[in-house]
Write a protein that binds this ligand. Sequence first.
Ligand code: NA7
Length: 538
Amino acid sequence: MIIVGAGFSGLYALHRLRSLGFSARVLERGDGVGGTWFWNRYPGARCDIESVDYCYSFSEELLDEWRWSERYPAQPEILSYLDHVADRFDLRREIQLETEVTRMEFDEDASRWLVDTEQGERFACRWCVMAVGNLSSVKRPSFAGLDDFRGEWFHTARWPHDGVDFAGRSVAVIGTGSTGIQAIPQIAAQAEQLYVFQRTPNYSMPAQNRPLEPEELAEIRRNYVERRQLAKQSEAGVPFPAPDKGAFEVTPAERRRMYEEGWRRGGINSLSYAFTDFFTSHAANSTAAEFARQRIREIVRDPDVAETLTPYQHIGTKRTCVDIGYFETYNRPNVQLIDLRREPIERITARGVRTSADEYLLDCIVFAIGFDAMTGALLDIDIRGRGGETLREHWADGPRTYLGLAVSGFPNMFVVTGPGSPSVLSNMVVSIEQHVDWISDCIAEMRRRGARWFEATSGAEAGWVDHVNELADATLYPLATSWYLGANIPGKPRVFMPYVGGCGTYRQKCDEVARRGYHGFRLGAGRQTAAGREQVTA
Ligand code: NA7
């Protein structure tokens, strides 16, 4: 089989499938393993899930030997972890680097995939596991005049491996999502002058990052099985008990106390884990949003700057950012915030950025403008299923999957953490392990049954898409202009892509499908005929 991508998903898929006796090869476009953590090397890059949870749990030995140094892992530490995993489990011999998959076609006569690469190779395989990541197709800057710029420019997700020296330079950061919010304090500390170009202000929670002490790590390790179990059954794949009260079931003073406690604890769920109705009630959500707005006004000294940084949309319905000293950075004398809603960018010039109000003279521009999330990396590949239908055609009105794992008309192809699964709303590593385990068990079962092809039915896919939409529509999520909805990419269909039902519920559903003999899938041992689809079992 072919596994596309050598990040968290691809590495574990290779390990698991190989241990089941399959012959597998990973194709990876980078010149190293690590996926997201290979590419995103910008200053300040760090995961917003705690390190002890953002790691594999499949190996006791790995859990024993790896020591995370900080509460939130920085990119270099995650990358060394993944390098260690690749070595520790002897994965590299099956990983082919600098190999970009450009086209995949299902050969119906032979029930196999033909996989073409940019480098001119063709592979034939029975199964394909798409481990391409949710945030790996980069949104490229399309500003008029960029080619005229005489300074240097960088995209945060394609950062030079030997870093960038900002000392003594005039720098712009365009974009204030999670990436910009992590990079801005670090760049401000080095650059002579930093201009931040903000279009939409974002909520950001303090990371309250700190080193992890050996005793704390030992304690976590002692209880790790329970900790991970809690994470697996939770909504977001993190081991915290779910809230049990609505925001208005407590007094205003108690509510405030809970938000303050959350803020002191820090992290992405600082406020969202306080109450059950955070994502469903406008009024409940507003109490948390107002609390977060107040913190910005307290931290940022200049009231005009504070106001420009203050978001008024729902909190949490766009990815909440997690920062180390972000709002404080605007108190520095070398940092200037430019509000693009008041003065939009007109073009990039040879000397810098020209807005409707001014020209900002720059040595460097950093684009922190995000990704074509969730579907981009799959659609970048020309994938052709039964009858030559392309995935792009199949997803013309938004992604359609069964369980986020499989696509009807695209047999023998699995997607790890695809649209329609909890994916980016969860701790990715917990979701990845669940997906890879499910996929591997499924493929092993298909081998046992002698199936040559295995495919989601269009009915099961339609039912799942409806279910995903129905759950999302009962929340505030679809009201935000977020990348969860594809709203950051012009022309992309606006469909809420992740499954909001939570990791625990989702896991039960996947297990139930398997228990019922892979209900909603069909399979066969020969060529599918026009008259009907051959089935080995019901
Ligand atoms: P995001 O969250 O998509 O943020 C991108 C930012 O760039 C956001 O502030 C955008 O403003 C801004 N942006 C995008 N295009 C433009 C243009 N043309 N002009 C001005 N500003 C622009 O990407 P991130 O990389 O920060 O984070 C992605 C995820 O990675 C994150 O959520 C974590 O899960 C990890 P906008 O909001 O569209 O007005």
